[in-house]
Design a protein around this ligand. Sequence first.
Ligand code: ATP
Ligand code: MG
Length: 407
Amino acid sequence: MFERAALIHYHEIGLKGRNRAVFERRLRDNLQFAVRDLTAERVERISSRLLVRVAGDVPLDEVCERCAATPGVTYAAPAYITSRSAADMNAAALLSLREVPDARTFAVRSRRSNTDHPVASREMNRLIGQHIVDNTGLSVDLSHPDVQCSVEVVEGEAYLFSRRFPGVGGLPVGTAGTVVSLLSAGIDSPVATWRLIKRGAVAVGVHFSGRPQTNDASERLVLEIGEALEPYGGLARIYTVPFGDLQREISLAAPPDLRVLLYRRLMVRVAERFAAVERAKALVTGESLGQVASQTLDNIAAVDDVATLPILRPLIGTDKLEIIAEARRVGTYELSTQEHVDCCTLFMPRTPATHATVAEVRVAEEALEIERMVRDAVATAEYRDFPCPAYRAPKHLPDGVTSAKGR
Ligand code: ATP
Ligand code: MG
């Protein structure tokens, strides 16, 4: 019998010139972490690929699934490892095709990463293809095969596989720095957060709940959303901030139509405190231009006015239906559509301002003790950590911030 492995291909990191080694090491460490409870084997780097060898009792498909969910991976394939002899490769080709029982047609695609193997790729395709035709009911279709049998001859070994687990693409988490994401329990912000994770960022969420003016349903949901993002290994921590009393304070002191903008400006300031603690270099929100009344260019400007870090809005040009489709793929949609009160709807007037000016909101804010409110918000935050191998937790937290373990 042949040894098995998850063979992992990555693409974009191949293009990163001098950074390449750093990216590959990060991806390797992230993969190692992703499969930590399935196998103790070291992830190996083999000529622009990564390889996780698995013993017979390890669920190889699950290893491949975990690897495919790891940002930076193009695909993971459950491969047979053989010698470079024709007999071994032929036998492994048949075994790998048996894993795709519905196929009627096939094509062999061979690649040699160094050209020292005496048989050229096209000849190898032909020889293995002939062996398959002779030993199965499959026929050759080079243009639209039901299944592709891939043969990769690399250094001293060959890898054969007929199935692929498509990866999420992107870049390894930990290669793009840290972002603080304003994470509601709605549909959009989890997807926005996911997009930054996919591009290599470590994400730290900050969630504002309406507590004590509301129950803690949104907090529980947002933590479940954090769990749903766990397979990607990029969401490291969520701070939850009970925001209800501060919203009440705003609603008593400021014009009703500006409330949402004042909530948002306060949220941004609080998020920036956590960004400083986490050494994050940007904030992230799930806004999409014009999606709701508050998401106009004027209102975006009125909120950006208080930010000192860039606010990234990865969904700004994405339609709601596209966001929903992505939320389903990512695995957050079911949670995001569960019943909960979002704190932004607290004390909401019937007609919020859609085109507020920066000057207007600044004047309205003069009635508030902003600095004290930010401190109050930070000091009542709780956090929970999620598994993220690229994350280094800050050594010091602001006074009052506690771990949510006890809850
Ligand atoms: P989402 O689906 O992400 O809740 P939304 O369509 O409800 O977004 P808004 O309510 O305008 O849109 O919120 C815009 C963005 O502001 C959100 O995507 C999120 O980044 C941030 N935000 C809103 N409410 C909260 C909250 N309670 N906690 C943290 N961030 C929030
Ligand atoms: Mg929302």
